[in-house]
Write a protein that binds this ligand. Structure first.
Ligand SMILES: [Fe+2]
Length: 218
């Protein structure tokens, strides 16, 4: 695991205070957000919002919801090490470029090593948000419940926002079309329970989950 074994498993009420100042983390997230340009703008805060709503729907206690929030806000911090020409490339990446992108979860954990008081679920989300329920993800190839819960939550929020946002190579999908994609990938890419919670409770599209989706929605 690339999660820090030294990190605390349980979060005391004072963990934010132990960071020195929660405001410092807020500043870090703000700087990350404003550094995102063009089609990436707003992604951090949307993923943060959606991940918190899913964590609440999943019944997590407040301190774990907060840890998920930080994990969602920081999930792609490792991309700070990815050259801009790769991040902003309008076309498909070639294999060497894709190999660089694959490093960003591990680089994110390395960059956060200077904040050892961050709760474990936060670091787990950074490390494992590209893991897949079927084990075909990266960087560790974890499966199902072995993937930390915070990472499974951020994964759903991250992919949904990517699908519903415009990219240089695609138009933004509708919420309904993206929800159908999540349902199709339930049990493959995503945790089935969290996928249903997200579609039903966060998106309010229970009719799609209950009836297997509407293929007429494009
Ligand atoms: Fe990522």
């Amino acid at each position: 695991m690339c999660t820090g074994g030294e990190r605390r498993q349980a979060m005391p009420a004072s963990w934010e205070e132990e960071l020195g100042s929660p405001a410092a983390l807020e500043t870090l997230v703000h700087l990350l957000a404003v550094s995102q340009e063009g089609w990436q703008a707003g992604h951090i805060h949307r993923v943060e919002y959606l991940a918190v709503r899913l964590a609440v729907a999943a019944g997590l206690p407040p301190e774990e919801v907060e840890a998920v929030r930080w994990g969602a806000a920081l999930h792609d911090i490792g991309k700070a090490r990815v050259p801009r020409e790769i991040l902003q490339k309008p076309g498909p990446l070639d294999p060497p470029e894709y190999a660089v992108i694959l490093q960003h979860p591990v680089w994110g954990v390395e960059l956060l090593a200077d904040l050892p008081c961050l709760p474990l679920p936060t670091v787990d989300a950074v490390c494992c948000h590209h893991e897949r329920w079927d084990g075909a993800g990266y960087p560790l190839g974890l499966q199902q419940q072995a993937i930390p819960l915070s990472a499974r939550i951020v994964s759903v929020a991250d992919v949904f926002d990517a699908l519903t946002s415009a990219r240089p190579y695609k138009a933004a999908w509708s919420c309904e079309k993206a929800a159908l994609y999540l349902l199709e990938q339930s049990g493959q890419q995503f945790d089935p329970h969290l996928t249903r919670l997200f579609v039903v409770e966060v998106l309010g599209l229970g009719q799609l989950a209950d009836h297997g989706g509407d293929p007429a929605i494009k």
